[in-house]
Write a protein that binds this ligand. Structure first.
Ligand SMILES: Cc1cc2nc3c(=O)[nH]c(=O)nc-3n(C[C@H](O)[C@H](O)[C@H](O)COP(=O)(O)OP(=O)(O)OC[C@H]3O[C@@H](n4cnc5c(N)ncnc54)[C@H](O)[C@@H]3O)c2cc1C
Length: 455
């Protein structure tokens, strides 16, 4: 049995922990069954956002007429787009392996537990007093063996399809279908209910639905009743919840219908580590599992399922393990964005969540169009929605829809991080007429709405 100070299972965000611990002189084992770097740079955030860059330019040209510009796209080299994206992906694994010093031993293979503090990989047995589980998630298995998940397009090794059907209603489905459609691949999105981006605030999701359907061909209330793959095409019978059916064909079929935790192959039954009903590993506020000295970070806990959350957890755990930092790291506010057209950014409670939890709030919503820069975009939908604590003026939630929402949101995040009070957004000076200026009338209205609620 080989002994280490720390064993890390999964070389996604936790690669940084291996690097830092190695530098601090700890003897570290890091085990990875696929590509070092994990989901984000290999098959997640990074390649999907590289694609969004191309989609963004294509959409701008397609929508140029809004600014009285007669422009058209002559051709889009989608093969080249994927070639460039693949180039990035192929560079990730070696770059991550190079992060480690001589104190870090890398193992390529699937790890599983023999007992609480003993792990096996490729027939070797390893032990450590501290073990970090950072095994992430994988896409749910598609309902047809030839159908894709997002893993199959990152990297895309075969020919680029001319048509695609995407199944799902979450951010991955929406971002991918937005890309395919924008670069001229005939696309259809199948959504099994009327809800799309159902985790977003209901008002923002409603605007999104209205705008997104202007570009994307979406069949709501629809699922695939029957699918057959022949002559390089998927032949589908689509069924609506009203029972009506129709035939549909496309060259590719991609499922983005959710993700499962990679905990089922860890042989947790040999340990006292507990999982919840969905198979995610449970933990306390210090990321420690039900076994002392064994931690879980990132997607494997099922808590946030976001790169920046996993990265922050890993950084905090490095302090706990290397500097004996006893401080509990609590994320009160975890922001996220949906990089579609239109773009969404969100932090904190949605109105429906506040209602479900019985939390007192004042909801206040304002268009961005008081800002000249927002007007210059010549779209009407951009909007800010705040949920404010009526007693303290704390921002409980902020939801944005509009161009560059993900950038705009950082202004609100700073306030929430430093001294969370909406009145700061009302009192600060904005550069006129920058897009961020749209927060001024939104904050003025939110403060007025809170005051009115007290009368
Ligand atoms: C298409 C897509 C787009 C995304 N876009 C965004 C975005 O824009 N913003 C954002 O914040 N997040 C995004 N995410 C989510 C983000 O990628 C994840 O939250 C993040 O990568 C999680 O990091 P992690 O380290 O927890 O897990 P991972 O990065 O998944 O790492 C886990 C690693 O563990 C390995 N592993 C699993 N089991 C074992 C085992 N038994 N033995 C050895 N190794 C094992 C896996 O191979 C994997 O490499 C996206 C995800 C996808 C799929």
């Amino acid at each position: 049995m080989k002994t280490f100070d720390i064993i890390i299972i999964g070389a996604g965000r936790a690669s940084n922990l291996a690097k830092t611990a190695g530098k601090a002189g700890k003897k570290v084992a890091i085990i990875e069954k696929s590509s070092f770097g994990g989901t984000c740079p290999n098959r997640g955030c990074v390649p999907s956002k590289l694609l969004i860059g191309y989609a963004h330019v294509a959409r701008s040209i397609k929508e140029a007429s809004r600014h009285f510009i007669d422009a058209q796209i002559n051709s889009i080299n989608v093969e080249k787009i994927f070639e460039e994206t693949n180039k990035h992906i192929y560079s990730v694994d070696p770059a991550y392996r190079n992060k480690f010093n001589e104190n870090v031993t890398t193992f390529e293979g699937e790890a599983s537990f023999l007992s609480n503090y003993a792990v096996t990989v490729n027939g070797e047995e390893l032990t450590a007093p501290k073990i970090v589980i950072a095994t992430g998630t994988r896409p749910k298995t598609p309902e047809h063996e030839k159908a894709w998940t997002s893993d199959d397009i990152f990297p895309l090794e075969g020919a680029v399809p001319k048509s695609i059907t995407v199944v799902g209603s979450g951010f991955i489905a929406c971002e991918l279908v937005n890309f395919f459609d924008a670069v001229g691949i005939e696309s259809k999105l199948l959504v099994r209910s009327q809800r799309i981006l159902g985790n977003e605030d209901k008002d923002i999701a409603a605007i999104f639905k209205e705008e997104f359907t202007k570009n994307i061909d979406i069949e709501f209330d629809t699922s695939i009743q029957k699918v057959e793959h022949k002559d390089n095409m998927f032949h589908m019978t689509l069924i609506n919840i009203d029972g009506s059916t129709k035939e549909h064909q496309s060259e590719a079929l991609l499922y983005a219908t959710g993700r499962d935790p990679n905990t089922d192959t860890l042989k947790l039954e040999n340990t006292d580590i507990k999982v919840n009903e969905r198979g995610f590993i449970t933990r306390d506020d210090s990321f420690e599992t039900s076994v002392k000295g064994i931690y879980v970070v990132g997607d494997a806990s099922g808590e946030h399922m976001l790169q920046h959350a996993a990265a922050a957890e890993v950084n905090h755990l490095a302090k706990v393990l290397l500097k004996d930092n006893k401080e509990i790291h609590k994320f009160k506010y975890m922001p996220h964005a949906v990089f579609t057209h239109p773009e969404i950014a969100s932090v904190g409670l949605t109105e429906q969540k506040a209602q479900e939890l019985g939390i007192a709030y004042v909801a206040s919503s304002r268009s961005w169009l008081a800002s000249a820069k927002a007007q210059s975009l010549r779209v009407k939908y951009p909007r800010t929605k705040f949920l404010i604590d009526p007693n303290t003026y704390e921002i409980l939630g902020c939801h944005l829809i509009g161009p560059e929402s993900s950038i705009m949101m950082h202004q609100v995040l700073s306030i929430m991080h430093l001294d969370n009070d909406i009145r700061h957004l009302k009192e600060m000076i904005y550069i006129h007429p920058a897009l961020s200026e749209a927060f001024l009338p939104a904050a003025v209205k939110a403060v007025a709405d809170v005051r009115a609620s007290k009368k």
